[in-house]
Write a protein that binds this ligand. Structure first.
Ligand code: HEC
Ligand code: HEC
Ligand code: HEC
Ligand code: HEC
Ligand code: HEC
Ligand code: HEC
Ligand code: HEC
Ligand code: HEC
Ligand code: HEC
Ligand code: HEC
Length: 326
């Protein structure tokens, strides 16, 4: 019974929808009418057709076009005015080829995090990249990857790369990119037995490193709470614990772990846990002693005492046991 009532109702609805579609012309046509060709009156495209066409998918074009910029104006935001270049039939002398270091410096016109007033007349109004795409120049310009002849924006990014699907316009997949200048580091990840499996399972060099950051520790990524990236993934090691060990007392993760790759189980900085523990909990005493001395009952010449973490299992901290037993 129900189907009889339902069916005519459904058909009626269909008819109404079809009528509506037919009556409102834009509605049915919208899907297949091609948009006006954005390159129709582009001077640059008249000679650089392929380049300009490919560029329509570039995040630079997409974001500036959405703000009403015409294609040529977008090209010229990087390459400078092309009027003379075009008039001279493509004379290179009249266009900024954006090569090498000087080209890279032009990127900062729009990607510089320093306030607008510092650069109000070098970036075309409204062209500046949005907040998420600004480089922290206060740190970048003192970092290892600060613009210099040997390494600059254009060594890592390619504006007209053939594959605009490449995230962040990187020249190569990230691991290959870093490997091109840091081959031994990357080789260690591949060859050592205990490693972070970078390139697989979501860990990348930039999970920990800020490529536009300062040197040394200050160039490491932090979590939103300002903690080392490590605890973003290994949250359970972070605490807070009632009886902390890692973190508060024994230093950060890298006092005990190698971050990249290691020959030692658990990527410890020492071949065995005992050697690591005795670095600080030395039974010899002396100026270097950091932690408590293991009580005399610990006779490390006997095997049962050597495997420290079989008893002190809560090595990163405990809420129940001051001796880090559980
Ligand atoms: C009349 C044709 C023509 C027009 C119009 C034209 N170009 Fe070119 N452009 C050329 C030719 C030809 C070359 C290659 C010159 C060479 O290799 O010696 C070139 C080279 C370039 C280069 C590379 C320069 C270098 O140092 O390698 C850039 C960048 C460029 N054009 C940008 C533009 C932009 C942006 C526009 C639009 C404002 C534009 N062109 C309009 C013909 C043109
Ligand atoms: C965000 C900056 C930027 C914008 C916008 C831009 N380019 Fe480029 N362009 C570069 C850089 C950087 C190079 C140097 C080579 C490279 O990295 O690919 C370059 C190189 C070129 C070259 C010469 C090298 C080659 O690949 O043949 C041409 C021609 C060119 N651009 C044309 C254009 C045209 C046409 C547009 C607009 C449709 C445009 N560019 C927009 C940054 C830009
Ligand atoms: C005229 C201003 C301008 C210049 C010059 C410029 N950019 Fe951009 N860039 C933008 C805008 C706008 C975006 C869009 C993303 C946004 O605003 O969030 C962008 C986005 C990017 C992105 C992010 C792409 C993504 O997938 O998220 C990269 C990487 C980038 N630019 C690199 C460069 C490099 C390298 C140069 C120098 C060759 C350069 N830009 C020059 C304005 C500019
Ligand atoms: C050593 C290689 C390297 C250099 C040099 C470099 N970048 Fe990057 N850039 C990267 C990597 C890798 C990413 C992706 C970061 C990520 O995924 O967390 C990136 C991301 C970006 C982004 C996207 C926003 C973001 O932070 O994720 C922009 C914009 C950008 N770079 C612009 C530039 C500019 C401008 C320069 C020159 C001043 C530059 N980069 C120099 C490697 C580099
Ligand atoms: C799990 C986090 C993590 C990952 C992933 C990671 N790093 Fe590191 N990296 C570190 C830490 C921590 C340091 C030491 C920083 C310090 O104390 O100066 C470091 C140091 C470095 C150094 C300085 C020299 C050295 O070896 O001590 C280079 C170069 C480096 N990393 C490159 C890379 C490259 C390339 C990749 C990707 C193949 C990568 N890192 C992946 C955490 C990481
Ligand atoms: C074009 C070459 C080049 C590329 C590509 C490159 N680097 Fe570097 N990197 C350098 C140079 C040069 C230094 C400074 C000299 C040194 O310490 O070896 C450096 C230093 C570093 C350091 C050490 C920082 C410090 O202060 O000790 C880290 C970490 C690093 N790079 C990570 C990366 C990561 C991650 C990538 C891939 C996203 C990458 N690099 C891609 C050239 C490059
Ligand atoms: C005082 C030295 C020390 C510090 C500091 C330390 N660890 Fe450990 N960690 C160890 C030892 C020792 C082991 C091996 C435990 C065992 O043998 O069962 C280990 C094991 C691990 C493991 C693998 C085993 C497991 O329990 O999942 C991870 C992951 C780990 N640590 C992450 C971290 C992180 C992240 C930090 C920083 C918050 C950190 N560690 C700080 C000593 C330390
Ligand atoms: C992006 C997430 C991520 C970050 C950031 C990260 N790790 Fe890991 N870590 C992992 C994963 C996943 C594994 C398991 C091995 C693998 O698949 O790479 C692992 C494995 C480990 C192990 C070995 C565990 C074992 O059982 O032997 C240690 C130790 C470790 N990480 C310490 C660190 C330290 C120290 C840092 C910061 C310098 C860090 N991790 C940053 C995800 C991460
Ligand atoms: C970088 C130095 C360092 C390393 C390495 C280290 N510890 Fe500690 N540990 C400390 C410090 C500092 C304390 C703080 C408490 C104290 O000694 O008064 C501590 C506390 C302890 C305590 C609790 C003692 C108490 O009085 O609260 C135990 C148990 C302990 N560590 C065992 C270990 C074991 C097992 C290892 C090896 C896996 C190890 N520690 C590695 C520095 C270290
Ligand atoms: C068989 C189990 C066992 C092993 C293995 C072991 N411990 Fe202990 N550890 C204990 C016990 C039980 C205590 C508490 C003794 C007490 O309170 O009198 C203790 C206490 C400690 C303390 C002092 C805690 C405090 O409160 O002052 C330190 C430091 C310590 N151990 C370090 C180590 C180190 C380093 C190793 C490896 C060389 C190790 N332990 C191996 C059982 C063990």
């Amino acid at each position: 019974m129900r189907t009889r009532i339902y069916l005519p109702g459904g058909i009626l609805l269909l008819v109404v929808v079809l009528l509506l579609v037919a009556l409102v012309p834009g509605l049915s046509l919208a899907a297949d009418t091609p948009k006006a060709d954005p390159l129709a009156d582009s001077v640059c495209a008249s000679c650089h057709g392929d380049q300009a066409k490919a560029f329509l998918n570039n995040p630079h074009d997409r974001s500036l076009a959405a703000k009403g910029w015409r294609v040529d104006a977008i090209c010229e935001a990087c390459h400078g005015s092309g009027t003379k270049h075009a008039e001279a039939g493509g004379d290179k002398a009249f266009i900024n080829g954006m090569k090498d270091l000087s080209g890279a410096e032009a990127c900062l016109k729009c990607h510089n995090q320093i306030g607008d007033h510092a650069c109000s007349n070098c970036s075309p109004v409204g062209a500046k990249a949005s907040k998420g795409a600004l480089i922290d120049t206060a740190s970048h310009l003192t970092g290892s990857h600060a613009p210099q002849p040997a390494v600059n924006c254009l060594d890592c990014h390619s504006i007209h790369s053939a594959t605009f699907t490449a995230p962040k316009l990187l020249k190569k997949p990230q691991l290959d990119l870093c490997e091109s200048c840091h081959p031994t580091t990357v080789a260690a990840f591949r060859n050592k037995p205990y490693t972070h499996r970078v390139g697989r399972g979501g860990i990348q060099c930039t999970s920990c490193h800020e490529p536009h950051g300062r040197q040394g520790k200050a160039g490491m990524k932090l979590t939103r709470a300002g903690e080392p990236a490590c605890v973003g993934c290994h949250a359970e090691k972070k605490g807070p614990f009632v009886f902390p060990h890692a973190g508060d007392v024994a230093g950060d993760c890298t006092t005990c772990h190698q971050p990249h790759a290691s020959n030692n189980p658990h990527m410890l900085v020492q071949p065995t846990a005992m050697q690591l523990c005795l670095n600080c909990h030395t039974q010899l005493g002396g100026a270097k002693t950091l932690g408590a001395q293991p009580p005399a009952v610990h006779n490390v010449s006997l095997a049962r005492w050597r495997n420290c973490t079989t008893c002190h299992t809560a090595i990163h901290g405990s809420n129940r046991s001051p001796q880090l037993f559980k």
